[in-house]
Design a binder for this molecule. Structure first.
Ligand SMILES: NC(=O)c1ccc[n+]([C@@H]2O[C@H](COP(=O)([O-])OP(=O)(O)OC[C@H]3O[C@@H](n4cnc5c(N)ncnc54)[C@H](OP(=O)(O)O)[C@@H]3O)[C@@H](O)[C@H]2O)c1
Length: 331
């Protein structure tokens, strides 16, 4: 039996689908208010076969409610995908509560229930900026919190909780995906597609890593069924610019591509105005200092470890965008 947290998200829904498709049983944690309509819509996009969900059992809980995690009892494999994803300053405490405390609870319960293996979903955001041959690798450890978003800091601290669990005997692996492209609701990285669909006007030449959700899910399952333990793996297909990404999504959604280049000085004014608006009206800022910085930064990630150790072939980003756009076009 597999236990999955975050099963209603972009990554968790694909992971559940892949596990069920390979004939495995899944017990997935969902919150009281989790939107299962969205999950079902994503599964319908993957398959027309309703029977696929026969081996899926939902249990209600929350990673911040330790007693609800006892549902892990009797499960061999635990996939921890749940997290809060936000760049809104006011969400700082929430990010610490869910990402750090929540992961501590999941790790401690996995140790207590003696699961066979644990897979933690971290992020490239949890990696340091130091580079090897011009690229960020699994060895690029964190240097300083300065200029890092609360999301990144909490993902780093969450990962440290898993390393602590490994020290205490947890048989675990960690994946660090770059930006995940996949069908989802209007949250997390799904907003890349919905923003372009709804008429995004600005682009930058900043560069980041991207990966198809199918690659992340496959790598997680491969790692869980391997002898590999106590290691982390970057999951990234290609490093491309925001302009290339937006242009390709716009083309497949048959929408106008963002046509105005945002300059650094514009962004510096906008994030300050947005911070003021956000503080006055207590609503999320459209652009924050950190998102503005990352829109202009050029980060290159290496996928050599997953390619060589797991023999994993990544889906080209142009293929991902073409296929995933069908979901957002019809939703
Ligand atoms: N998307 C990306 O580009 C990206 C890149 C790198 C790493 N990651 C990591 O990948 C993982 C999955 O991200 P995603 O993009 O799939 O996110 P998502 O679509 O926003 O899904 C987040 C999931 O976490 C659940 N969750 C949030 N708070 C919870 C809590 N307190 N207790 C239990 N479940 C909770 C959500 O449940 P509800 O349905 O109830 O909200 C949802 O199932 C996260 O760890 C994220 O940090 C994502």
């Amino acid at each position: 039996m597999n236990f999955v947290t975050g099963g209603t998200g972009i990554l968790g829904s694909r992971l559940i689908y892949d596990l069920l498709l390979s004939g495995e049983k899944v017990r997935a944690l969902k919150r009281k208010d989790s939107n299962l309509d969205n999950f079902n819509k994503i599964i319908r996009f993957y398959t027309g076969d309703k029977n696929i969900l026969n081996n899926l059992e939902w249990v209600e809980g929350d990673i911040n409610d330790i007693s609800s995690l006892e549902a892990m009892e009797g499960c061999d494999y635990v996939y921890h995908c749940a997290a809060a994803v936000s760049f809104f300053k006011n969400d700082r405490d929430h990010l610490f509560k869910v990402n750090v405390e929540g992961t501590t609870n999941v790790v401690n319960t996995a140790l207590k229930t003696k699961v066979k293996k644990f897979c933690h979903v971290s992020s490239t955001a949890a990696l340091g900026g130091s580079v090897v041959d011009g690229k960020i690798t699994e060895e690029s450890f964190w240097v300083s919190d300065e200029g890092r978003s609360n999301y990144a800091i909490t993902k780093k601290l969450a990962e440290l909780e898993v390393w602590r669990g490994i020290e205490e005997g947890l048989n675990a692996v960690i994946v660090n995906p770059s930006v995940i492209l996949g069908p989802g609701n209007d949250k997390s990285s799904a907003t890349i597609f919905t923003k372009v669909r709804d008429g995004l006007r600005f682009y930058t030449h900043g560069i980041n890593g991207y990966v198809d959700v199918r690659d992340v899910s496959n790598i997680m399952i491969k790692l869980m069924h391997s002898d590999i333990s106590g290691e982390r793996f970057l999951a990234i297909s290609e490093n491309i610019s925001f302009k290339e990404l937006f242009d390709s999504i716009a083309e497949h959604l048959q929408k106008p591509a963002p046509s105005m280049e945002a300059r650094k000085w514009m962004a510096a004014i906008i994030w300050r105005l947005e911070a003021l608006r956000s503080a006055l009206f207590n609503t999320p800022a459209f652009v924050t200092k950190e998102t503005s910085n990352s829109a202009f930064s050029k980060s290159y990630y290496s996928n050599e470890k997953a390619k060589s150790m797991l023999k994993h072939d990544f889906i080209p980003i142009s293929t991902s965008i073409k296929e995933i756009s069908r979901f957002y076009k019809n939703s």
